[in-house]
Ligand binder design. Structure first.
Ligand code: AVJ
Length: 323
């Protein structure tokens, strides 16, 4: 199967250090203090996220899975995709549902996952090669925020961006992202987007502040990452995890709230950061969507929504849109 797997590393050699340094300097230097959610996902953070997806309170993964279970065949019939491009490390269960349907439909030739983690791509890519004889797996190590280089992938191409990861972007970042995508795709390509929907704030807050405290550990993991990577001395126990519903922007914000006045030193950046008692460090935005406004912002970004499906409880949406 090895001759069917390729891994193209497009990240500059200093990508991790350079972006971590820039992100931390910008995010911790400003007010309010923020950190981008991508730094949650070291090995422990990825394991904790997997655990989150199985929590009773965290419904998005199961809701999206339910829609894919019902619609994968229809997606394959509608798109007749020759390439499945997947942005970000999707759970392999969701990917496999799409691969199964597209393989059964007889159109699929290539699976092209794109992620910043070479090891995740290597592991997932080889397993998929083994299980789908005849499929070429062309993995790319890249950060899609900087643009997509979808060169020679055979069309029509189905570009999947699942899990409501789109919700990590604010409105401005989403607009830029749609424009980048629209420029990379041609008129036979299709975007498959998963988006979590606005619902009762209590349900949302519980999904991001679970009873077992797994999300709190996940949130604090970013401090462990900074301690390890930058020699910082954050005290994770000196912060409380909070999930706040911002009704104006219709988004959950995850924050680490300083339990006391404290100073964190970051020798790797020659920086020290003062926290007042009760001061928040915002670690993640998780925007929630409505059909009308999401359709409108996609339109503005160059995409027309063709299909819109939800789970039976109407918690999550999966949509197909064309450039
Ligand atoms: C992976 C960005 C979709 O926003 O729901 C889960 C991450 N954070 N619990 C989300 C997350 C806290 C998740 N996304």
């Amino acid at each position: 199967p090895d001759d069917r797997f390729t891994l193209d590393d497009r990240l500059p050699a200093d990508y991790f250090t350079a972006t971590l340094h820039a992100d931390v300097r910008r995010g911790l230097g400003g007010t309010p203090r923020t950190l981008p959610p991508k730094w949650f996902y070291d090995e422990r953070g990825s394991d904790l996220f997997e655990e989150i997806t199985r929590l009773p309170e965290y419904y998005p993964t199961r809701a999206e899975q339910e829609i894919l279970d019902r619609r994968a065949v229809e997606i394959a019939t509608l798109t007749r995709a020759a390439t499945l491009i997947e942005l970000g490390s999707g759970s392999s269960r969701k990917t496999r549902l799409l691969l199964d349907a597209l393989t059964a439909g007889g159109t699929l030739r290539r699976y092209a996952p794109l992620d910043v983690s070479a090891t995740a791509l290597e592991e997932a890519g080889r397993a998929i090669c083994r299980d789908y004889p005849g499929l070429r797996v062309a993995a790319t190590v890249a950060d899609f925020e900087g643009g997509l280089a979808l060169s020679d992938e055979p069309g029509p191409r189905l570009l999947a961006f699942l899990g409501s990861t789109i919700g990590n972007f604010d409105e401005e970042q989403r607009a830029a992202f749609y424009r980048t995508l629209a420029l990379s795709l041609t008129s036979d390509d299709v975007l498959l987007l998963g988006a979590d929907l606005v619902k009762e704030p209590e349900v949302l807050v519980r999904a991001y502040d679970d009873a077992a405290g797994v999300t709190a550990e996940f949130d604090k993991n970013v401090l462990h990452v900074l301690n390890r990577e930058l020699g910082a001395d954050f005290d994770p126990a000196g912060f409380d995890h909070v999930a706040v519903w911002d009704a104006e922007h219709e988004r959950i914000e995850m924050r680490l709230r300083s339990r006391r006045a404290q100073v964190a030193k970051i020798p790797g950046l020659d920086l020290s950061v003062d926290f007042a008692e009760g001061e928040d460090l915002r670690t993640e935005l998780s925007c929630k969507f409505r059909r009308e406004t999401l359709t409108a912002e996609l339109k503005e970004g160059g995409f027309t929504v063709r299909q819109w499906w939800t789970d039976a409880a109407g918690r999550f949406a999966l949509l197909l849109a064309v450039p």
